[in-house]
Write a protein of this length. Structure first.
Ligand code: HEM
Length: 201
């Protein structure tokens, strides 16, 4: 591909309209991919705030595997199965890019009671011992057109979520549970923004 910088007009040109469309589409996908990852982190934190015992278990795993002197890094991820289970369960319940998959027939495929026991409950334990590969999760799509960013997304979400769990003791502001209503953008954000109080002893 030939990319030309047009100095007078101060803009980058591609040598065909098809290339321009291709590069624009890639930029959109990268933006949507980044958005999907950050939306997934917010859903995971919201679910953890509503399930303090799961949060405590994740913190215990991080403290045992990584310790309290440093933040989680990429090499630790393979030793943090429970953190992965939380991410898998979050993606099953709130897949961050449902509107990217126009060829999916059922909008509730990720909560199918024929596939998942008690599908609407947040139970990361259901993935225990399953060795789930990110690319095999339905929220990343299936087959040849499945998400090429699934591995990256799992790492980014794992590192960000792990660091947030390590660094703060997350608590809800009051007794009331976090509202888990779904918004309507492409990456299915939370309808209501996540508010929280947090501290780490
Ligand atoms: C939690 C985060 C993410 C989720 C849930 C997600 C989900 C999806 C889904 C459902 C598709 C459509 C698959 C299909 O058509 O069957 C898709 C496509 C795609 N995703 Fe992701 N994605 C995420 C993160 C990312 C990241 C981080 C990147 C890249 C940096 C990325 C790049 C792409 C690209 C380029 C496509 C289009 C593939 C094609 O049409 O051939 N995604 N993603």
């Amino acid at each position: 591909m030939e990319i030309i910088y047009n100095q007078r007009q101060r803009r980058i040109q591609f040598n065909s309209p098809a290339q321009t469309i291709g590069v624009a589409a890639a930029a959109v996908m990268l933006t949507v991919g980044t958005d999907a990852s950050s939306v997934t982190i917010k859903w995971a934190l919201s679910l953890l705030l509503n399930h303090p015992k799961v949060l405590e278990k994740a913190q215990t795993e991080l403290d045992a595997q990584v310790g309290t002197e440093r933040l989680v890094d990429e090499h630790d991820l393979s030793n943090l199965p429970y953190l992965h289970n939380i991410i898998s369960e979050t993606l099953q319940l709130y897949p961050a890019a449902p509107m990217l998959v126009p060829h999916e027939l059922s909008d509730d495929f990720h909560r199918d009671p024929n596939v998942w026991d008690d599908p609407t409950s947040f139970k990361p334990e259901r993935f225990e011992g399953l060795q789930v590969q990110p690319s095999r999760l339905v929220p990343f799509g299936m087959g040849r057109k499945s998400c090429p960013g699934s591995d990256l997304a799992q790492r980014v979400v794992g590192l960000a979520l792990g660091s947030l769990i390590q660094s703060f003791d997350w608590k809800r502001i009051g007794e009331e549970e976090i509202d888990l209503a779904e918004g309507t953008r492409v990456s299915m954000p939370k309808a209501k923004p996540l508010e929280k109080t947090y501290f780490r002893n």
